[in-house]
Design a binder for this molecule. Sequence first.
Ligand code: KG4
Ligand code: ZN
Length: 337
Amino acid sequence: MKILGIETSCDETSAAVIAVDNNNKISVLSNVVSTSLLLHSKTGGIIPDVAAREQVKFIIPVIEKAMSDANCSDKEIDSIAVTFGPGLIGSLLVGVETAKTLSLIWDKPIIPVNHLLGHIYANFIEEQKIEFPAIALIVSGGHTDLLLIKNHGKISWLGGTRDDAAGEAYDKIGRLLNLPYPAGPVIEELAKKGDPKAFNFPRPMIGSGDFDFSFSGLKASVAREIESQGKLDEKTIADICASTQDAIIGVINRKTLKAAKKYKAKSILIGGGVAANQKLRDEFEREIKKSELDTKVFYPPKNLCTDNGAMIAAAAVFNNKKVPWQEITANPELYFD
Ligand code: KG4
Ligand code: ZN
């Protein structure tokens, strides 16, 4: 079975073709990503209008390339998976309307996919050892959520951020330090030369009894420190990066392991742009080893952590609700029930 996956929720235009065998093993035949990030890095954040216009420019060439890279004709495609939310409405509409048109002219069903589930299902690509119950952690630019997954389609939301998402915290603190957008990978790199204990930044809500997060207090505290330092030298910037990262990862880690313990999770599935962070991965491995948990942590390959069409197609394999093209609409506010 072959699925075409289309992702256009934000500033990436992506299409992928995946192949699924009889045991639901997923292989990526092509995964084309075009991004308008460079345009946004000049403005320090995403301008929705600009992102939507770029989506319109790229969507057809990206789908054409995904089909030709996979050496695949439309006859071989079984269904079209497309992100229908959450995201920016202008960007989402480009993918959804294109998927509807293809569905009509190719006569193929559409599988609407929640973008956030796509991030989690990136873990299932080429990976068949994931067992349930699982705790899923989404750490992206727009979201920080903890989910309990008892089985495919049996998902409950445990908690999420009350203000900034983890990736947003990286990006906003990056802006305070005059770093390019998106700042996550830049802060990760600079942090390698810094001391994570140089500044004692707050770890908001680390001890709260729930599974919620909050990162705006951390951002405010870093802003005050930068203000009080005056002109920053290289070492201080590296120390601020390392201490910020230590605080963010510390909270994420503690809350996720707490959820894994409470729900006796066999797997922890991490997804979203921040899941590409090696320090986050290393800390999870260290903490799991230290704990008595019988839980395995999974991360997608790094190139599949940020937005891409392959993860959307992968989510469709296990959440296979086909709909006729007339019944799908983009929903920027889509969340978990
Ligand atoms: O999942 P994603 O591509 O887009 C959303 O759906 O939001 O995530 C983008 C976010 C950005 O905030 C970016 O700074 C962050 O992921 N990010 C990272 C790393 N790579 C991307 N954060 C920390 N370390 C990284 N290596
Ligand atoms: Zn995303």
